[in-house]
Design a protein around this ligand. Structure first.
Ligand code: NAD
Length: 256
């Protein structure tokens, strides 16, 4: 059903984005990879699924580079059918200590980039009357945590953007939804584990355990592969009336 379609996954050189790209590739979806990580490794893993792959190194904080990313994807594959807005960064500090440059970077990469990609991707999706826009938000799009002002503001913002894009396209074949993961052990979270281990003079294992136990009732990390399976479902025909949802997969975090 998805075979032969094209997906752009922003920030797909590692973590959740790479798992999304592989999950979609396993359905026969061609992939445009983006991100600053180990691109050759990402491309090889996706290619092994038997699909076409290309890479574009657009910096998601730069609107002109995003415009080029979308037009190159359409040119290379003939269409852009599935847009996964995934690229994201984190910085932790209290509001009074938060560097303004970090605030601006997080808002640009975690929020504004999704406006720009969606803005440029919609005309093609409308022409074909089919599209799936999936925004990787976070539980922090639904609830707050101390020390994460920019991240929480950006993620709440992307949940709002998701609703508006869903509504504006409600009578078309284009859906827009957000996925809200709890803790997932990726490079982005490993940094927070390392900081905790150092601060509290505990082992890496203990730091991981404590980090999850604090917020996530299941006591388990969510895996990138579980999130990819949800994204594949949201791309399916069965999900065509899921519109404007902020779908959490968080081990019970936001049920509390
Ligand atoms: P990650 O660090 O493994 O991946 C982030 C990706 O974004 C990488 O490919 C990186 O190169 C790319 N990237 C960063 N800045 C970029 C830029 N300016 N331009 C282009 N690409 C850029 O992190 P992850 O945990 O896989 O995060 C992916 C998304 O999932 C983020 O939006 C994050 O906020 C969200 N998320 C993560 C968790 C978690 O627990 N890991 C939980 C909820 C939401």
């Amino acid at each position: 059903q998805l075979k032969g379609k094209t997906a752009l996954v922003t920030g797909s050189t590692s973590g959740i984005g790479l798992a999304m790209a592989i999950g979609l590739a396993k359905q026969g979806v061609n992939i445009m990879v983006n991100g600053f990580g180990e691109k050759d490794n990402a491309i090889a893993q996706i290619k092994a699924c038997g699909v076409e792959v290309d890479y574009h190194g657009a910096d998601m904080s730069k609107p002109a580079e995003i415009a080029d990313l979308i037009s190159q994807t359409e040119k290379r594959f003939g269409s852009l059918d599935i847009l996964v807005n995934n690229a994201g960064i984190q910085h932790t500090a209290t509001v009074q200590d938060f560097p303004a440059a970090q605030w601006d970077a997080i808002i640009a990469i975690n929020l504004s980039s999704a406006f720009h990609t969606t803005h440029y991707a919609l005309p093609g999706m409308k022409k074909r009357n089919w599209g799936r826009i999936i925004n990787i938000a976070s539980v922090h799009g639904l609830v707050g945590s101390a020390q994460k002002s920019a991240y929480v503001a950006a993620k709440h913002g992307i949940v709002g953007l998701t609703k508006v894009v869903a509504l504006e396209n409600a009578q078309t074949g284009i859906t827009c939804n957000a996925i809200c993961p709890g803790w997932v052990l990726t490079p982005l979270v490993q940094k927070q584990v390392d900081a905790r281990a150092e601060r509290e003079k505990i082992t890496n294992e203990q730091a991981k355990h404590d980090l999850v136990a604090e917020k996530q009732p299941s006591g388990n990390f969510v895996t990138p592969e579980q999130l990819a399976a949800l994204a594949v479902f949201l791309c399916s025909q069965d999900a065509s009336e899921v519109r404007g949802a902020a779908w959490n997969m968080d081990g019970g975090w936001t049920a509390q």
